[in-house]
Design a protein around this ligand. Structure first.
Ligand code: SF4
Length: 276
């Protein structure tokens, strides 16, 4: 039985988002592995469950035997392979929430086209010397489905609660502008957009809440998104090779002191030098 990779894509938005937030933050973060958080582990395990659920459903829709691990076995395997206490803490509860999800969506309304598919494009960057660079830009799509003759990219989002702002805040996220850019390149007018498959998982409640919403299409921002990719890639190329502290910092409150607390490099930026 197959086990699906649900990890990040090769050249996706996350790297560019970091450099646009603060070039020095990007440089300090590069090639570092951070301890996972509860939210990250819950989201990762839920992705694993849903990836195997929909991969086996696709087999069924194609009149084939399921060839992937069951969602329950895949989640358990992911926890064992991670070998981290937070995975031990959450994997059984994720299976419970997954069962609530399947009870909510008993009848599949989507025709599954692909699961955990990496899609890609190239963003061209013409230079004044008449040479041209091409940046790879990729995105891993959780699920590609057909529904009422339209094709949608589906993104599973696990959060504490589902509020109006839960889906609205993603409208201008580079992650989804990039997905919509690639979706339109791949499917033209048949592309219906990005569906957020929201899972509102509040530990204080016995049952989670679920909602599916098509993300509003910010057409003009999607059209200008290649400019954002070009800017971020040029910044990376310009400072590449320097020590992290020698990259410029953004030095603005929204980046250095956020509502979630201080940037993890705040003290290093104050004194200069290496992050310990
Ligand atoms: S403290 Fe501010 S300037 Fe320093 S890395 Fe963080 S965001 Fe950038």
């Amino acid at each position: 039985m197959q086990y699906l990779d649900t990890g990040p894509s090769r050249a996706g938005w996350h790297r560019l988002a970091n450099v646009l937030k603060c070039p020095r933050y990007y440089a300090f973060n590069k090639e570092r592995e951070w301890e996972p958080t509860d939210a990250l582990v819950r989201g990762t395990l839920m992705h694993v469950a849903l990836a195997h659920h929909y991969a086996n459903l696709q087999c069924e829709q194609q009149d084939e035997e399921p060839s992937y691990l069951s969602p329950e076995d895949a989640v358990a395997r992911c926890a064992v392979e991670a070998g981290h206490p937070l995975y031990d803490k959450w994997w059984r509860k994720v299976i419970e929430v997954y069962h609530q999800y399947t009870a909510m969506y008993l009848t599949p309304s989507w025709h599954i086209l692909a699961v955990e598919k990496e899609v890609e494009t190239q963003v061209l960057d013409p230079h004044m010397d008449h040479t041209e660079r091409a940046y790879d830009y990729t995105a891993r799509i959780d699920l590609i489905v057909e529904h009422h003759d339209k094709v949608y990219f589906v993104d599973h989002k696990t959060s504490f609660a589902i509020l109006h702002r839960t889906h609205n805040k993603h409208t201008l996220s580079g992650q989804f502008l990039g997905q919509q850019m690639i979706g339109r390149e791949m499917y033209g007018d048949q592309f219906g957009g990005v569906i957020l498959n929201l899972i509102g998982w509040d530990d204080r409640k016995p049952v989670s809440s679920f909602k599916r919403k098509v993300l509003p299409y910010a057409e003009k921002s999607v059209a200008r998104f290649p400019e954002t990719v070009r800017l971020a890639e040029r910044m990376i190329a310009q400072f590449d090779g320097r020590e992290a502290f020698d990259w410029p910092g953004s030095h603005q409150e929204h980046a250095c002191q956020t509502t979630y607390g201080a940037c993890r490099f705040f003290e290093t930026c104050k004194r200069g030098g290496h992050y310990e």
